[in-house]
Design a protein around this ligand. Sequence first.
Ligand SMILES: *Cc1c(COP(=O)(O)O)cnc(C)c1O
Length: 377
Amino acid sequence: MNITPNFVNKKTWNKVLNYIAMSDEQPPYLLMDKEVIRDKVAIIGRNIKNSKVFYAVKANPDIEVLKFLNSLGIGFEIASEGELQMLKSLGVEPERIITSNPVKTFKFLEQAVSCGVNYFAFDSRSEVEKLARYAHGCNVYVRLTVPNEGSEWPLSKKFGVELDEASELLLYARDRGLNPVGITFHVGSQCNNVYNWNTAIDKAKELWELAEDNGIKFKMLNIGGGYPIHYTKNVVDVETIEKKINKVLWRKFPKDIEIFIEPGRAVVGDAGIFVANVIGKASRGDENWLYIDVGVFNGMMESIGGIKYNYVVGSRNEPKEWTIAGPSCDSFDVIDREVELPEPEVGNRILILSSGAYTISYASEFNGFSIPKTILI
Ligand SMILES: *Cc1c(COP(=O)(O)O)cnc(C)c1O
């Protein structure tokens, strides 16, 4: 493992190799490089005027990760009482917390309001009614459906409403004693299509005008998450995406508008490197199988949704094509196919790059395999 993969920061790579060499910790575990997180936080939002960044906690809710992010002064986007309690335990002020899940549980809503959280999304009449009851007078924003083409993890079907319905819901929210302050959307996670933001912003602009015609004065546009990271394919960088977004916003929206951004993957994804063990090999038919001790159920859930990770092994053997599977007895537990890798030995380490987002947060103890530890380096 002495060669730095070309898109991993050399410093990160050295820290990882050092940690593996010096530590008694048994894999599998997830290493998170604080410097990478710090760099991401410094970059995200920098090229969008008047923006505030709220980290989507579900991407990686490890308490040490949250503590570190809190020390950097970032805001947080949450959806549950569990996420709220963690932030409270760290002393995060309610002004730095928003909640963009358009369908919230009663328990969460009650707790969030009593803690002083004051920004809530909605996209249905029943949610307006719920908010009117639990969050009277609070700031609310409507979630618009926008195209998710080109996103590897589309989210569009579950949430959001079209323009006319959004416009009606805003009036309904106002009539029910809520304070409509703006609009949100999500272009889909791991979005590598910059035009998705353009289309979404155009649509938000239309809604902005409809609302204004109805006497609703907005002040905020929440452009959601979706910034992509480098897995196996090159992606557009955050700076380029934000400069494009900023140009469109500047042209179309009032100059005093406040922009909220809710990145999850882009904040923590690249900072994470999984360290796992090769636990078995087999050839079945014409396929070479490699079994490792992290799989779909204890960290690699997104692989079944199409995320392809980069793997590194220390071997200098000839590359072969592998099907890589996790440790459980479930046949769903296959994390990748047709992966070119030099043949490792059973007992060797295997590293999985860019695995800091949506890995441990999805992990379960299915089949008795424990959830890998997260370690900040
Ligand atoms: C998950 C989520 C995000 C974060 O999305 P990424 O693609 O990880 O940046 C942001 N906002 C909302 C409402 C979400 O549900």
